[in-house]
Design a protein around this ligand. Sequence first.
Ligand code: NAD
Length: 295
Amino acid sequence: MGLDRCGVERIGVIGAGQMGGGIAQVAAQRGFRVFLFDTSPKALDLALARMTAQLERGVKKGKWDEIHAKETSERIVKACELEDLKDCDFVIEAAKEDVGVKCDLFHRLDALLPPKAILTSNTSSISITRIGAATKRASRVAGMHFMNPVPVMPLVEGIRGLETSGEVFSVVEELAKAMGKTFIEALDRPGFVVNRILMPMINEACFALQEGLASAEHIDRAMKGGCNLPMGPLELADFIGLDTCLAIMGVIFEGLGESKYRPCPLLKQYVTAGRLGRKVGRGIYRYDEDLKKMG
Ligand code: NAD
């Protein structure tokens, strides 16, 4: 499977955090062979354990059968070195939101992978043109922005860097669709579409909390009940990761240069304190061991 769809057979996924784990699972469920790499062996083990648990839950709920769960797990290879991705024909990078980390990874991938391989980033806000410039194949670099949680959220934003070729962008679109996603195309501007609109709202909710406009619970309840949102902006910030939100706001502020985008000091303070959100058990709210919100 996968061979006759967009010519992609082996997908390398870099970063086994919230996003990389979900991307690897969805790609494997759709029949692609996946090589999952993370610099942290602990993150890699945790991602694989979470995936197994999720596949088992799917069997119990009748979403798929045991054979599907088993075959999906078997399609995912644990890559302990970046070099293990050397035969991949498509890479989706989902390492931490840091321009230095991403440019270094793309520089190394460019030297490692066959010239025809396509390199994409799941970055939430960093310029694809800048990431492409870290390689000698900018025409084969694009943005492929999945939403969290990847197995549930239907959208992929495709981002064409200045040099991305039309042919490569078509493969990105086809692959997103082969992974069961809907696809939109956005310009390579800070935050693209989703985060250009979502992050200022989350940042403003942090300013509201900082000013004491209302409690965190009441800000979230107001936005859910008043705007029909499924999650309030502060619980969503915890879900995304406060470090990721801060990094995205930083890129939007730097890229667009308007003071209305300045990251909220309270958001910065939480990140400095290590309160990164749900993934570490504490952010704006506290979470128990099962990641349930405690208040
Ligand atoms: P995360 O903190 O859950 O995971 C990041 C992972 O990257 C960690 O496991 C870390 O060990 C690994 N890592 C760091 N440096 C690395 C390197 N050099 N090589 C390989 N692995 C490395 O973060 P996340 O939420 O999964 O976000 C990952 C990317 O996806 C970011 O670019 C983020 O902006 C983007 N994104 C996040 C969301 C979200 O809601 N969290 C949504 C869409 C896109």
